[in-house]
Design a protein around this ligand. Structure first.
Ligand code: ADP
Length: 630
């Protein structure tokens, strides 16, 4: 006699949500039931290893049966099975493993978010109610006892009864709901759809998932001549990442990557790592060989796929990768992860944090290796994703400095090639205390700046910063290997000899009246006009005092919110060795203002600023030509 029982209150509420869920990933029910079957197979497998049951381990399998007419889908396993008490315990109440998390979700006020939580958690057996009117479970425990049948239509409880002896294992029979406007449940009766769901979610389950398929025979005219039933295995069972690395060919990795991550190009780097011990996981990571579409936008979905024992849990798990490495695609499989994990939980999962930190180190190590042994390849990689690494380095006030500082390349005055900070420091001059840099729109423009000439001639290398974010990175880093960064067009540049410094002071003294009058003429534009210690052949340049640089001022002023008041302190510098100085000392006082403005305008143009009044500049220049021709 079947006994009718009520579900516990908590279960009822959950079922209610399930059944009325508008959740779009109803298909995960299959993944959940297959995973349960796989767990049951694991259990009997282990029991047989310990001689607790006598079975043929090679026959362990999951079988799917579709009956279109009856609208049923059967998932059968010859696993450990359940006794009546176990069925009541396991299926009559919410699985203890997940119940806390459910409660948390159910307390949420927003109905929509509850549904989403359910969808992401996966809720094991109960997910069947998203697609069925009625679920039957028939089970025979390997431990003996009666065979039992459990039946439930959802909310109003379940019936349970003892039935005739069955083979060991569990059969879950789903009576699919009728199609309605919103949902086409019949898709779960279509072979090809079931096959694709198995491929998607359960391909790496380590037991065969079988289904009988009717295959038609055709004659040479394409006419059907007969048909036969064949049993096919739907899953590939052994995940690539579980295979011995020595047995995996480059083509295997490449086609796996291209298939799984929809890339038309092979990856530029494969990182396959297995870790055993207190923390165990397998990870297979790929660095694309080109920038994915929309990579540098909000639309790009970063993150790794997450598996537990070969069962797919979720896609785009972001917390496994630092933002600087968001270009990495791939997956992580860890036996220690619970299937019932949600995105929200990921952030708090200690296990995942530990995995993330391992991956971070691993990726860094691989990239550094590439930088040191295959420079060309690294530079190609850096061209694609260097900006992302740089954003990552700047983010959170340089919190990831240690992780990223050695992966960054900047342009360099040395042959206009790329240089890492490590390389720069290695070839620094013996007495050099600072790492020199200058900003500009391109390497060529940096190289042509009046200020770089003399520094280069003195034998110093200069970093050429061409991306907006570059200087901000150096600001947040502060130093590299205890060497401070120094803009060659900012503040004082202490690289001349004592004699040179002394000579400059003398010249400044001699030209005091000229410098004073220029300063007076430009008092609204610059804070000082002085002779330069950094110019070789060029007559004039603009520098900034310590603090905000001219480049930063430019970038900040371009931001939509603007940065009024944030201005670099500008200093106009003149080359004391340039014939211009003596020419200027001869001009009549009524020309000083125009000349001063002309000098300042030139310096602004060199620095890439636009002139506030270009027409005035043009007129002043024209007047100069007229004067010169007199
Ligand atoms: P979970 O798998 O997260 O524990 P479920 O609701 O899916 O939650 O299942 C509850 C329990 O029911 C499982 O832990 C397992 O003990 C039992 N169970 C479910 N399906 C099967 C099955 N096919 N064979 C044996 N036991 C099962």
């Amino acid at each position: 006699m079947a006994q009718k029982k009520q579900y516990k209150a908590e279960t009822k509420r959950l079922l209610d949500l399930m059944i009325h869920s508008i959740y779009t990933h109803k298909e995960i029910f299959l993944r959940e039931l297959i995973s349960n079957a796989s767990d049951a197979l694991d259990k009997i497998y282990h029991a047989s290893l310990h001689n607790e049951v006598d079975i043929d381990r090679t026959k362990l399998q999951i079988t799917l049966e579709i009956d279109e007419k009856a609208r049923t889908l059967i998932i059968r396993d010859n696993g450990i099975g359940m006794t009546q008490a176990e069925i009541e315990d396991n299926l009559g109440v919410i699985a203890k493993s997940g119940s806390n998390t459910f409660k948390k979700g159910l307390n949420e006020e927003d109905q929509q978010s509850e549904i989403d939580i359910i969808g992401q958690f996966g809720v094991g057996f109960y997910s069947a109610f998203m697609v069925t009117d009625k679920v039957e479970v028939i089970s025979q425990s390997a431990k003996g006892g009666d065979s039992v049948k459990f039946e439930s239509e959802g909310e109003d409880g379940y019936r349970i009864e003892v039935i005739d002896k069955q083979p060991i294992g569990t059969t879950v029979k789903l009576h699919l709901k009728a199609d309605d406007e919103g949902e086409h449940y019949s898709i779960y009766l279509e072979n090809y759809h079931i096959k694709s769901l198995i491929k998607k979610y359960s391909d790496y389950i380590r037991y065969p998932i079988k289904m009988t398929e009717t295959q038609k025979d055709y004659d040479d005219k394409g006419e059907v001549t007969g048909s036969k039933d064949v049993e096919i295995t739907l899953n590939s069972m052994i995940p690539l990442w579980k295979r011995n690395k020595n047995d995996i060919k480059d083509e295997d990795y490449n086609s796996f990557y291209q298939d799984k991550f929809n890339d038309y190009q092979a990856p530029s780097k494969v990182i396959h790592t297995n870790l055993e011990g207190a923390l165990s996981f397998d990870a297979m990571l790929f660095i694309p060989s080109h920038v994915p579409q929309a990579f540098y936008t909000q639309d790009y979905q970063a993150g790794l796929q997450l598996y537990s024992r070969g069962v797919f849990i979720l896609d785009h798990a972001k917390d496994l990768l630092p933002d600087a490495f968001r270009f990495v695609r791939g997956l992580v499989d860890s036996p220690d992860l619970s299937l019932n994990i949600s995105r929200e939980m990921l952030q708090h999962d200690r296990q995942l944090k530990a995995i993330a930190s391992r991956l971070e180190k691993k990726i860094k190590g691989e990239l550094l290796g590439m930088l040191k042994t295959d420079r060309e390849k690294y530079e190609a990689f850096y061209k694609n994703f260097g900006l992302q690494i740089k954003y990552g380095a700047y983010a959170q006030y340089g919190a990831n400095k240690e992780l990223l500082e050695d992966l960054i390349l900047f342009g360099s005055s040395k042959e206009l090639k790329m240089v890492s900070l490590e390389e720069y420091v290695e070839r620094m001059k013996e007495d050099q205390k600072e790492i020199y840099y200058v900003c500009g729109d391109s390497l060529a423009k940096c190289d042509a700046l009046p200020q770089t000439e003399w520094v280069k001639e003195k034998g110093f290398e200069i970093l050429y910063l061409v991306d907006d974010v570059d200087e901000f990175i150096l600001q947040v880093f502060g130093t590299y290997k205890e060497k401070p960064f120094k803009a060659i067009n900012q503040g004082e540049l202490n690289i001349g000899s004592d004699e040179e410094k002394k000579a400059l002071l003398d010249k400044a003294e001699a030209n005091k009246p000229l410098l004073e009058s220029l300063k007076e003429a430009l008092k609204d534009q610059v804070s000082d006009v002085r002779l330069s210690s950094r110019l070789k052949t060029h007559p004039v340049c603009l520098v900034s005092d310590e603090g905000l640089s001219l480049e930063m001022e430019k970038i900040l002023s371009q931001m939509p919110e603007g940065a009024p008041g944030l201005k670099a302190k500008r200093i106009l510098e003149l080359n004391s060795d340039h014939p211009l100085i003596s020419a200027l000392s001869k001009i009549s006082p009524d020309k000083v203002k125009d000349y001063a403005e002309l000098l300042y305008s030139q310096a602004l143009l060199i620095e890439g600023f636009t002139l506030e009044d270009p027409v005035r500049f043009s007129n002043q220049l024209a007047q100069l030509m007229i004067d010169a021709s007199k």
